[in-house]
Design a protein around this ligand. Structure first.
Ligand code: GLA
Length: 706
């Protein structure tokens, strides 16, 4: 809800309030935190140093500014004064994706009369989660072009000390590992310069100190930059927006729309996670799959890599159907003459010698009772391809300079309309000819040679992303029934921008259960677990070499949307039975796994895990884990979360082939959360490995005691 009183504007989400004062030469943030009443005393919050909603270059505030515009007279200082505030519909950010759904929106308009610029800040509040979406637009109302050097999507000025910037960083196979950096007297920066949101630094960050956690994200898949700058006046400035090389020419009369930002406040990390997950699940993910249970899939990649033929695929598919899987995904290697990663990207035509006919292979897989899904990497081109021979100009490279290659491939110049059309055609043809129900959309390298004919270097990276979004918009509109899963060498592009088109993202190529716990936990800080692809793969694990019991691999993979990525036809009979029982168990509780409210179990003494709780709190599934050898966990306890303290629960450990069976027992919700359960209740140290231990517990409400 948004209300106004004189020059004050108050925005309320269910548990937070944001109060602004807008007048004269600008606008000031008075308060952002836990809900407060609209009292008469807000002027007390106005400090010696104003907390600004945006800052422009060339003022006496010498901290990093959110807006830098080079004017046609050669100057670069801009000064905006407040013009007016209006209630209105949430603006469209097209061609950028943005949050949708019922929201209350207010627009604050500012003008720099000298520079002939208009700046619009839109704040939208939702009634079902503590998230505020912010949209920024800059209009050139003058007669000459200006150049935007920087335009932040969000600025939040705070007063106080002791904040840390929490970031989710990593690399291939180690995405979204949490780091905390204190913000003291200088600037702390989280930036991606790869052209994508990247595995290195996710756009989701938090600013926190005890009892106070702010979460921020950007609905954008390209270069981004988040900074937190502290100083000895106890000021802290947070900025988030497009990063990397950026300089945009804004012609007379044009408007630039910055990617949407979202912010939330909570008293602890769990509250921020809940708001961010709800925001993404309810206001970012859209379309047919938003509220639908997701199929259990089998993907052949780690089972075969490039070395498959029709028979091998059908053998795996048959075993998948027998195990109870619902979707078979044919991964890389089915097109052109692709037998390794040196060729054929761009030639999205059947490699018939291998597939024996792709369309009929898809039919045969369907005849087994499975849906058919397919891997593509539509943004790429191999130099060894027919496409490159015919259209070398489609590649993103200055023609006479030797480009940097990653995974032996180049990228397509998606900033170009003709290339966009080609990609839409190529993907459409495959979906139509194979009747695919699912597409895994991969992206296996970063931008190194940003170049497109006629596109200024400083505009390229953003124009690429706009081109990508235009393609995704067309394809998702054309194929509303298809389930798209985004992938970027694993989880290299896990962001709200991609989620607006593709409801799932492959979380990481690292399928090692122990390491996955960290990656999945980091991802779930901001993204719904139903958007996280999580697969059971072979042991020893192909990435880490660790050995992990099949049951443990399953328990960990249930932290996301379950799949199997191995040649399950080669499992022995006992293992096949285990997999069958796992899939049946998952399907039985699928609603809870996929739509239950997620809670992280604090990592303590090497133990941790996660819980999914039903909306009415009568059911829950917990996965309790220990990363160290369980015998070393003397006196460790799992404290569950999200249960109803007033209810009693019957706790039933899932029967696991690698542990002695464990009787169900009844315990009070408050005891399970406050006191916790001893870790050794579930473990059987003799059978344990020293990789990781995980046990799954199903809880249901016990009949009330009298
Ligand atoms: C990337 C993906 C993998 C797989 C391979 C195929 O690495 O992340 O899951 O699809 O490409 O080449």
């Amino acid at each position: 809800m948004i209300r106004r009183k004189g020059n004050l504007i108050k925005m309320d989400t269910p548990h937070t309030s944001l109060v602004l004062k807008a007048e004269g030469d600008g606008a000031e943030l008075l308060y952002y935190g836990k809900t407060v009443r609209f009292g008469p005393d807000f002027s007390l919050l106005s400090g010696e140093d104003k907390r600004l909603l945006f800052s422009s270059y060339g003022s006496v505030d010498f901290r990093e500014s959110g807006l830098v515009v080079l004017l046609s007279d050669g100057s670069a200082a801009t000064r905006f004064s407040f013009v007016r505030v209006r209630r209105m519909e949430k603006p469209s950010a097209l061609p950028l994706p943005a949050s949708y759904g019922e929201a209350d929106t207010v627009c604050l308009e500012f003008a720099d009369e000298y520079a002939k610029l208009r700046l619009y800040l839109y704040y939208s509040v939702f009634s079902d989660c503590d998230a505020i979406a912010v949209n920024v637009q800059l209009t050139n109302a003058g007669k000459k072009p200006v150049r935007i050097r920087k335009i932040s999507s969000l600025q939040l000025d705070l007063i106080g000390e002791g904040y840390s910037l929490v970031t989710f960083d990593g690399s291939w196979g180690a995405e979204r590992t949490r780091h905390e950096t204190p913000v003291n007297g200088t600037l702390v920066c989280n930036e991606s310069r790869t052209g994508s949101s990247s595995p290195f630094h996710n756009p989701f960050v938090m600013l926190e100190r005890k009892g106070e956690v702010y979460g921020f994200n950007l609905v954008y898949s390209g270069n981004h930059r988040e900074t937190a700058e502290g100083n000895n006046r106890r000021q802290l400035r947070f900025l988030s927006g497009i990063g990397g090389l950026f300089e945009w020419t804004l012609e007379a009369g044009e408007t630039f729309t910055a990617p949407e930002a979202v912010m939330t406040f909570g008293e602890n990390r769990d509250e921020v996670t809940s708001s961010m997950q709800t925001f993404a699940a309810e206001h970012i993910v859209r379309g047919r799959w938003q509220k639908r249970v997701r199929p259990v899939l089998v993907n052949n990649w780690e089972g075969t890599y490039f070395a498959f033929d029709r028979e091998r695929i059908l053998t795996i598919a048959k075993a998948s159907a027998e195990a109870g899987a619902e979707l078979f995904v044919l991964d890389d290697g089915w097109f052109g003459h692709r037998d390794d990663d040196t060729s054929s990207l761009g030639d999205w035509t059947d490699y018939a010698e291998k597939t024996g006919g792709l369309a009929s292979l898809a039919d045969e897989i369907r005849a087994l009772g499975l849906k058919f899904g397919i891997w593509m990497e539509p943004e790429m081109i191999s130099e060894d391809s027919e496409l490159y021979a015919k259209h070398p100009e489609f590649a993103m490279r200055p023609m006479r300079r030797e480009p940097a290659r990653m995974r032996n491939q180049l990228m397509l110049n998606l900033a170009d309309k003709q290339v966009q059309n080609y990609v839409v055609r190529a993907v459409s043809n495959i979906i139509v000819s194979t009747k695919a129900a699912y597409v895994k959309w991969d992206y296996n390298r970063h931008i190194t040679d940003p170049y497109g004919k006629g596109v200024a270097a400083g505009e390229y990276a953003h124009r690429y992303i706009l081109g990508l979004y235009a393609v995704l918009q067309r394809l998702t509109e054309k194929f509303p029934l298809v389930l798209f899963e985004s992938c970027a060498s694993g989880g290299g592009r896990f962001d709200p921008g991609m989620l607006a088109f593709m409801p799932q993202t492959w979380t990481s190529d690292n399928t090692d259960a122990r390491e996955r716990l960290t990656i999945q936990e980091g991802t779930a800080y901001a993204y719904p677990t139903i958007s996280m692809g999580a697969h059971v793969s072979a042991s020893p694990n192909h990435q880490s070499g660790n050995r992990t019991p099949l049951e443990t691999r399953f328990n960990v993979a249930c932290g996301g949307v379950l799949g199997y990525e191995m040649d399950i036809s080669r499992l022995n009979d006992r293992e096949k039975e285990i997999v069958k029982a796992q899939i049946a168990y998952y399907k039985k509780y699928r609603e809870l796994f996929q739509f239950g409210r997620y809670y992280r179990l604090e990592e303590k003494d090497g133990t941790g895990g996660f819980v999914f709780v039903s909306a009415d709190q009568t059911k829950a599934i917990a996965v309790v884990t220990a990363k160290e050898k369980v015998t070393g966990q003397a006196n460790a306890r799992y404290r569950l979360k999200g249960l109803n303290p007033q209810y009693d629960y019957i706790v039933k450990p899932r029967e696991q082939s690698n542990y002695a069976s464990c009787e169900e027992f009844t315990a009070a919700g408050d005891m399970l959360m406050q006191g916790g359960v001893p870790t050794d209740l579930f473990c059987d140290t003799e059978n344990d490995t020293n990789s990781v231990y995980a046990r799954m517990l199903f809880l249901r409400r016990a009949p009330a005691r009298r």
